[in-house]
Design a protein around this ligand. Structure first.
Ligand code: UDP
Length: 341
């Protein structure tokens, strides 16, 4: 296992066999790698033959998400990206995914959300520059705010309330995009920006507050399903494997401006609940709660650019993706009951 310089900020925990790194593999770091999306990205990179450093402060990520990775080319580094990061190894790709991503998380830790979007992105970009690595910023459809253009193309500047409760996330990511473009334009870093639209799949935390894990947990436990507002607001849900595929294609491209990656099939939240109830066979009742402030009324990506530029297209539709997610939740519940057998 390679050793880290004693910076006092990064603790390496080897989850794999801890033997020597294989020299000719590309090396990636994934910040936020123990989170939902980051852990799926780690899986895909390892399958593709990369050596992977997974960097996470475990604020919203979890070691459980990466516990299955036994590969010797994988290492976990517990580190908060708002602090300077140093690793001795050559690095080819930096995937910067560290950030709270659920409204209840960024409302709970607004300052950390702003700091990881600003200082954290600065550190990740400085690291990529020092390593001469390609860089991908995980940005978000939230940069479009409560959009007045529908569907949202990349050249739409958005409609964000900077001082509302969601502003900490939206503005952090908008700032992160600005800094990423500045590192590209002024410093020549090979940067990329993916604007991620609502993505779901296995390993979302059942209590992370987002619609799909919340509705699935409520439906499977027979609890009331909490629809905020009248359920007429829309979202477009992308299955995690499609999202990861888009991100990898983008970092390998020569394109530096933002690219939307999401599934353009749009559903009302009421329609999502109907799918969840049908697929889980639940008898849960639906109750209505207040719509959170600045909750976007509509959201749907224009993915024309991703199609043209990357040849990327989502392949897993909502019904199939929800079915797979339900299966993984059922497996996790069984493993918990039987002690992981
Ligand atoms: N939502 C809901 N009930 C919940 C959680 C979310 O009705 O228990 C709604 C939320 O108000 C929003 C949509 O589902 O309109 C998607 O919310 P989510 O938090 O998943 O993501 P967002 O797109 O708002 O970041």
């Amino acid at each position: 296992m390679p050793t880290l310089p004693n910076t006092g900020v990064a603790e390496v925990i080897a989850l794999g066999a801890g033997t020597a790194r294989i020299g000719s593999m590309p090396t990636s770091i994934v910040t936020g790698g123990a989170g939902f999306l980051g852990s799926h990205l780690c899986d895909r990179l390892i399958t593709a033959g990369h050596s992977v450093f997974c960097v996470d402060n475990l604020e919203t990520g979890s070691l459980e998400n990466i516990a299955h990775i036994k590969d010797r080319s994988f290492e976990f580094v517990q580190h908060d990206m708002i602090e300077h990061l140093e690793l001795p190894d050559a690095v080819d790709f930096v995937f910067h995914f560290a950030s709270p991503a659920s409204p209840i998380d960024y409302l709970r830790i607004p300052l950390q959300t702003l700091k990881v979007g600003s200082y954290g992105t600065h550190n990740a970009l400085g690291f990529a520059k020092a390593k001469r690595a390609a860089f991908l910023l995980a940005s978000t459809s939230e940069v479009y705010g409560d959009p007045q253009v529908h569907p949202q193309p990349e050249d739409y500047w958005g409609h964000v309330n900077p001082i509302g409760p969601r502003g900490v996330y939206d503005e952090a990511k908008r700032y992160a995009e600005a800094m990423t473009m500045a590192y590209h334009r002024q410093q020549g870093v090979n940067t990329h920006i993916v604007r991620i639209f609502n993505t779901y799949g296995a390993r979302m935390r059942p209590h992370d507050g987002r619609a799909i894990p919340t509705f699935l947990r409520q439906a499977m436990d027979g609890d009331p399903i909490t629809v905020f507002g009248d359920g007429s607001q829309t979202r477009s849900f992308c299955y995690v494997s499609d999202q990861v595929d888009g991100c990898i294609r983008l970092i390998e491209s020569e394109y530096h401006l933002p690219v939307n990656i999401g599934n353009p099939n749009e559903f009302t939240i009421a329609e999502l609940v109907e799918h969840v109830i049908r697929l889980t066979g639940s008898r849960s009742e639906v109750i209505h709660e207040a719509l959170p402030q600045d909750d976007p009324l509509v959201r749907r990506p224009d993915i024309g650019l991703a199609r043209r530029l990357l040849g990327w297209e989502p392949t897993v539709e909502l019904e199939e993706g929800l079915t797979r997610t339900i299966e993984s939740l059922s497996r996790t519940a069984t493993a918990t009951v039987t002690g992981g057998q």
